[in-house]
Design a protein around this ligand. Structure first.
Ligand SMILES: NC(=O)c1ccc[n+]([C@@H]2O[C@H](COP(=O)([O-])OP(=O)(O)OC[C@H]3O[C@@H](n4cnc5c(N)ncnc54)[C@H](O)[C@@H]3O)[C@@H](O)[C@H]2O)c1
Length: 323
């Protein structure tokens, strides 16, 4: 009887493996090129919702080129901060592509944080001006950190303007950014973290009814914005100033639209896969305003999971459990 055991990787196991943001951006680039060429399988994610503005999603995907197949079961609970718990938590199951047997169950919190930042940076590689030096981050939690971490790898960033409702979050974010040799300015209001900046990341809570704080006329020509928190932060007229509005997955975007999100967005220019596979153009002039509204899809996670699994096997990390 062949071995029927799974490797359980806790959050600290996953973190201890030291997979780098650079590796994750590169893995996502491969995965999105495959998607752009129609070579992945990824049904839209089903979800259940036990509280308003909360979700638990099932996110399966198969990427043949990476021999990666599995599912992420991930929750997002906005009120968790008040309980001292993370907003995003969950587990990922990686399967064997030949037998279907589960190979590993791993915490997905760190993977989710990292791959989302990586997707912002990957989209920015196609949509932002390469010489972008300044960035505004609105919502300086887990995603604020990982988005900055990824973008600083690909762009010569010098200055970050940060805005958050919680001073303690803002201070922690400022410390991290200073540790990366960035000049940090704490914005007094959201507008200060948008105006005149090359890159803009909004990563506050996702709300069914957007607070739509960012108005038309705030963001400059040539800027790139990543809407990690969907359209929660952006007024429709401001988003419609974009010359190119992109997303990581058009069918999932349309699904969200059909259930009430994204009611005031401009037409979709391209999916991230189409940009990476060269099927649609990215930025074509220094003056364009561009938006990536990445929903966060199973493809991101299943691009990263095999790297984590492989490294854990190499290093003898994790706990073996009988199936
Ligand atoms: N698109 C994706 O792929 C993807 C993936 C993971 C998480 N998310 C979303 O990203 C968002 C952030 O997740 P996180 O894990 O970083 O959560 P987090 O709780 O760590 O950070 C959220 C931060 O936003 C701040 N905040 C709340 N309201 C704000 C406002 N109006 N203006 C500025 N800051 C505000 C909070 O104080 C907190 O610091 C969530 O909406 C989550 O659902 C998206």
């Amino acid at each position: 009887m062949p071995d029927q055991r799974i490797l359980y990787l806790s959050q600290s196991d996953v973190v201890s493996l030291g997979v780098t943001m650079r590796e994750i951006v590169d893995a996502l680039e491969v995965a999105f090129r495959e998607a752009g060429n129609g070579r992945v399988e990824m049904p839209p994610k089903p979800g259940v919702h036990t509280r308003p503005d909360a979700f638990i999603h099932a996110m399966p995907a198969y990427i043949p080129a990476l021999r990666s197949v599995g599912v992420k079961w991930v929750s997002g609970y906005p009120d968790n901060a008040r309980r001292g718990l993370p907003y995003i938590t969950g587990l990922l199951i990686l399967n064997d592509d030949e037998t279907g047997l589960p190979l590993s169950v791993m915490d997905c919190t760190w993977i989710t944080a990292m791959r989302t930042g990586a997707a912002t940076a990957l989209a920015a590689r196609y949509l932002a001006r390469p010489e972008s030096e300044t960035i505004g981050v609105l919502g300086c939690g887990v995603q604020g950190h990982s988005n900055l971490e990824a973008l600083r790898l690909l762009f010569p960033l010098k200055r970050v303007v940060a805005y958050d409702l919680e001073p303690e979050r803002l201070n922690r974010f400022a410390e991290t950014a200073q540790g990366w040799n960035l000049e940090v300015v704490k914005a007094r209001d959201p507008r200060g973290a948008v105006e005149g900046l090359d890159l803009i990341v909004t990563s506050g809570p996702i709300l069914r009814t957007p607070h739509a704080t960012i108005k038309a006329g705030w963001w400059k020509a040539g800027a790139y914005a990543s809407l990690v928190d969907f359209d929660s932060y952006w007024d429709g007229a401001a988003m419609k100033e974009a010359d190119k509005f992109c997303t990581d997955d058009v069918p999932q975007f349309e699904h969200y639209r059909s259930i009430g999100y994204f009611q005031h967005v401009p037409p979709i220019h391209a999916s991230l896969g189409e940009l990476v596979a060269g099927k649609k153009p990215g930025r074509e002039s220094p003056h364009e305003r561009t938006i990536a509204c990445n929903l966060g899809i199973a493809l991101d996670d299943m691009a990263v999971a095999p790297i984590v699994h492989r490294r854990a096997l190499e290093r003898g990390i994790g706990t073996w459990l009988d199936l």
